[in-house]
Design a protein around this ligand. Structure first.
Ligand code: APR
Length: 388
């Protein structure tokens, strides 16, 4: 088959890109390795930046988000038992939306189906070819038969373990990485959230986060050793540990219940440069990973999609400036989110090798943040998402 754009990966980045391109009259196909049920069952983050909301609206998929999502105009930070609020609305006149990535993916699949979008699921051995030429193509195997997609461009939206990044020659690729010496043990439970807004807690026993999906679905996390195993944690042990780390008033009103999901996720920061090689673009997790502190992963994928979508529209209007500068433009914003996620992670977690000096600095960092409106505004600006 022949398409203008061949998109590898049907996660939120690939789906959103194909949806926007379709609306602009640009033809694409998505090649997704897994089944749709698998993609839709993945439980991921749930805080959307203002730019992400705008992009979902622009793609015509924002209606359910506005109806069912929760607008958060601030968030709580705590140190030991003392907390304070960062008021996004007052500081930067903006807010974020709590709406799960699983729901975003659902809405995008529904929209793609409604528009007759071309999505091949369970596509095996997806392989980009001739990406350094003007006639790239992608091969894949479906039901035992090999197929070929000829295209103008390939969008690598296939996450951190995909084939796209590996298709860029090693000599051309530069990678940057920080692996954090801990993970997040997460629990999803059908209980009312302890707080309407998120609580990020720095505690001597380790970081904790109280988050939510809806009025009766809570998401909680505690920092745990990277080599720990979720199976080592009973629900009771998890709830006890969470209670110890969050402010006392929150601990007292915490409603617990059976976990419906429990998993341990490692934390790392990673960037691959460049994000374009020949006719191949890297988008979202294929190019970068952030630790979950501050919920930048999905939002960063969406800003990449924004830049690539506009670059491709310009290309088909006869202007190649956008495709030529995509990597540079996207990376400029990526690094700022990488920095923010690193800072927020470093400030809120206890590191195994933390000296008493490091600890005082960390405590002071939170104290000056509590006292300084300027620093709070800086945090708020980054949390609601830098403009694009
Ligand atoms: N061929 C085809 N599809 C592939 C391949 C491959 N070789 N490898 C991976 N995929 C698919 C995966 O099955 C997945 O559905 O690519 C998709 C990538 O989706 P995500 O991992 O969700 O990545 P992305 O779309 O960039 O979404 C942004 O932000 O916070 C993060 O992890 C969070 O998923 C979120 C991401």
């Amino acid at each position: 088959m022949r398409k203008q754009v061949c998109i590898i990966g049907g996660g939120p980045a690939g789906l959103l890109l194909s949806q926007l391109l379709h609306r602009a009259g640009i033809d694409s196909v998505i090649l997704e390795r897994r089944s749709r049920d698998h993609v839709l069952s993945r439980i991921r983050a749930g805080v959307l930046e203002r730019g992400t909301m705008r992009m979902l609206d622009e793609a015509g998929v924002g209606a359910r988000m506005h109806r069912e999502g929760y607008v958060h105009t601030g968030t709580y930070l705590s140190l030991q038992n003392r907390g304070f609020r960062i008021d996004f609305d007052r500081l930067v006149g903006s807010s974020v939306m709590v709406y799960g990535q699983t729901e975003v993916t659902h809405d995008l699949y529904d929209a793609r189906d409604a528009m007759g979008g071309d999505i091949v699921d369970e596509a095996a051995d997806v392989t980009p070819h001739d990406i350094e030429t003007d006639r790239p193509y992608v091969t894949y195997v479906k039901d035992g038969t090999e197929h070929r997609v000829d295209c103008d461009w390939i969008a690598g939206c296939d996450g951190s373990h995909g084939v796209s990044r590996r298709s860029i020659p090693g000599h051309a690729l530069r990678t940057f990485e920080r692996v954090y010496p801990f993970g997040w043990l997460g629990v999803l439970s059908e209980t009312p959230p302890v707080s309407h807004e998120l609580i990020y807690a720095n505690h001597s026993r380790g970081f904790a986060l109280c988050s939510m999906r809806n009025e009766n679905l809570s998401r909680y996390y505690i920092q745990a050793p990277a080599d720990d195993d979720a199976a080592n944690w009973s629900d009771d042990a998890f709830w006890d540990e969470l209670r110890r780390r969050i402010p006392e008033d929150a601990a007292d009103r915490l409603v617990t219940g059976p976990s419906i999901e429990k998993s341990l996720a490692p934390l790392r920061s990673f960037v691959a440069e460049p994000m374009k090689w020949g006719r191949l673009f890297l988008v979202g997790d294929a190019a970068h990973i952030v630790p979950p502190t501050g919920a930048k992963g999905l939002n960063l994928a969406v800003s990449d999609v924004h830049y690539l979508y506009h670059a491709l529209v310009r290309h088909y209007d006869g202007d190649d400036e956008g495709v030529a500068t995509y990597s540079e433009t996207a990376l400029h914003r990526v690094w700022k989110a990488i920095r923010f996620s690193w800072w927020f992670t470093t400030t809120m977690h206890r590191f195994p090798d933390q000296s008493n000096f490091d600890q005082r600095i960390q405590e002071t960092e939170l104290e000056v943040l509590e006292e300084s409106e300027t620093l709070q505004r800086h945090l708020a600006e980054n949390y609601v998402g830098l403009p694009y």
